[in-house]
Design a protein around this ligand. Structure first.
Ligand code: SF4
Length: 268
């Protein structure tokens, strides 16, 4: 009874909205560091094919609760919770909201919280995710901060781990990467062609004549129904459309693909 009521309220918040085609090119740091193909669909005003599932809404809700609790806990003379702002980097307009700002010893730090769960904790125990560091670098640049802190909190155990970033060669490289991603997205929008998914597709022969999909990156093989590390049905609003747009040309013989380790040409 109460559970249903909670879901009803969570659904009513409508955390995934349809994005109208935007006349103004304004990006969010997390969008720049996420899937550019999804961003292309969004900026092109494409109707999402995958409404949010309860599991996805629940995860977002829990994340928001924890972010709010951390801000309440930390708010003092040094730590200020972030607020929504606008800024630009080399003419690219950003709308952004860092989780917090710390002013201490004459230095300004940007703080970004990431709440993780299940396998997510294992992937950040030894190093942060590159896309999260890039996001932090963008915040630092927009806020003209000296440094940044990325704090991971495991939702299951409450364990925390933090990584810091200061200005220097690594920061410069991360910022260059962000600028490159934005330029490429602008190029794809101008051409009207969505960027390729990040991973090449590898198709294996399977019993019964069907197809299954594997992909590799940096020499490591992964198994998935679709070569995407960002999107699942509960996290990507364009999952079905994206998969269809990628696989249809292969199935129609219009695009090359890798079958059992051999490139099969279909696009000549
Ligand atoms: S399914 Fe993956 S590659 Fe496709 S738009 Fe969504 S996140 Fe991007």
């Amino acid at each position: 009874m109460i559970k249903e009521k909670i879901y009803e309220k969570i659904r009513a918040r409508g955390t995934r909205k349809h994005h109208e085609k935007q006349n103004e090119f304004v990006v969010h740091p997390s969008g720049v560091c996420g899937c550019q193909r999804a961003l292309w669909y969004k900026f092109s005003g494409v109707e999402p094919t995958n409404p949010p599932l309860d599991a996805g809404l629940e995860k977002m809700w829990m994340g928001e609760i924890l972010h709010g609790a951390l801000n309440d806990l930390l708010h003092d003379g040094h730590f200020t919770p972030g607020e929504s702002k606008k800024g630009d980097i080399d003419g690219i307009q950003y709308v952004y909201e860092p989780d917090g700002i710390v002013e201490m010893d004459g230095k300004k730090w940007v703080v970004e919280f990431k709440t993780v769960f299940l396998g997510g904790w294992n992937t950040v125990q030894n190093e942060p995710k590159p896309e999260h560091l890039t996001q932090l670098a963008i915040y630092m640049q927009l806020e003209e901060a000296d440094a940044g802190v990325l704090l991971y909190l495991d939702r299951g155990s409450g364990h925390m781990i933090e990584y810091s970033l200061t200005r220097g060669a690594k920061f410069d490289a991360l910022l260059q990467d962000a600028k490159k991603r934005v330029r490429e997205l602008q190029g794809n929008l101008a051409a009207g062609i969505p960027p390729e998914p990040e991973f090449p597709i590898f198709i294996k022969r399977v019993q019964g004549g069907g197809m299954s999909f594997d992909f590799t990156k940096d020499g490591k093989a992964y198994k998935t129904g679709f070569p995407c590390r960002w999107g699942k049905k509960d996290t990507c609003a364009y999952f079905d459309l994206c998969r269809k747009n990628y696989i249809d040309p292969i199935q129609k013989g219009l695009a090359d693909f890798n079958l059992d380790g051999h490139i099969i040409g279909g696009a000549e």
